[in-house]
Design a protein around this ligand. Sequence first.
Ligand SMILES: NC(=O)c1ccc[n+]([C@@H]2O[C@H](COP(=O)([O-])OP(=O)(O)OC[C@H]3O[C@@H](n4cnc5c(N)ncnc54)[C@H](OP(=O)(O)O)[C@@H]3O)[C@@H](O)[C@H]2O)c1
Length: 338
Amino acid sequence: MSTRITSTPGSAAMETVRLGQTDLRVTPIAYGTWQFGGEWGAVDEPAAVEAIQRALALGVNFFDTAQAYGFGVSERILGGALAAELRSRRDELVIATKGGLRIDDERGLVRDSSPEWLRRGVEESLKNLRIDHIDLYQVHWPDAEVPFAETGAALAQLIEEGKIRHVGVSNFSVEQMAELSRTTAVETAQPPYHLFRREIEDTVLPYAAENDIGVLVYGPLAHGLLGGTMDAETSFPDDDWRSKSSAFEGETFAHNLAAVKRLGQFAGERGASVSQLAIAWALANPAVDVAIVGARRLEHLQESIGGAGLELGTEDLEEIERIMVDSTPVGGPSPETV
Ligand SMILES: NC(=O)c1ccc[n+]([C@@H]2O[C@H](COP(=O)([O-])OP(=O)(O)OC[C@H]3O[C@@H](n4cnc5c(N)ncnc54)[C@H](OP(=O)(O)O)[C@@H]3O)[C@@H](O)[C@H]2O)c1
């Protein structure tokens, strides 16, 4: 669903793709900044700024954040790190953020796609990011309590005012995307997708391909599992959400680590790392335009960006299927489920 061309965002050359029917040209790797919101443990702000600037220097022109990533924390770090570039070459950078989650005094994190909350979210995101328009504004999670027509009308109005350029959704089913599309064009989808989580292959991806919707997938490294640096003894600090995730403990974890090891051996034979193989695998699906990668460590970031340059042929993909045949799918609720 994309036209691939070569351009030179930042100082390094990287191929860019057009996102669905939008005029946005983005690198196939987006740098994800959930890691800088606090849900992955304490945030080292200078290190985060350095990592964002390194991503830019390595040629990445597409950055993904959200209001809910620390309610302003991640957006402020991103806006600050990119401030000079956003002043000098705004048109070459593509900033995606999300709204529609709110902290409720009694219920904690809740979905809220009401026109009032979305508008307030856009205003706050613009301020935090230090920009006058958001290239891609995504509804973070579908909200069953607000009619899609109201959400769509609010987003259409924000486009009209020039505050946001394009509307996308995240964690939406096909039916929910179709419903929202009746009021405003849904131009992108951001679903979870990695080697252990593939349900969108039968749902969102065919729909997106048929309707020329840009697809940016999150969690291509299974939130670190496919980084190849974990073993059965790996544990996480209490303030890292993975310390409470069943994907990172017990039998499922041990079992899937064995698959990661075999994938790593196969990647090594191809002169690649397992993280590069995992990202290349996600991007090899013709309906996927972009893999959003999170990484706090510079060496992780640098290595993973290399996944965009790894071409996988039919035989490679078949071998990966064979390796994965015994793995345990990690589906169900996403880490950010609210
Ligand atoms: N819309 C949604 O609901 C939603 C949900 C989840 C994520 N997202 C977006 O997608 C982005 C990416 O997803 P994600 O961060 O959950 O998962 P991910 O990209 O699959 O995994 C990120 C983790 O992988 C590790 N990693 C990266 N490269 C590595 C390498 N070469 N070797 C070893 N480990 C490596 C990083 O470790 P270090 O941090 O230690 O470097 C990082 O913690 C997020 O930042 C966010 O922007 C959106």
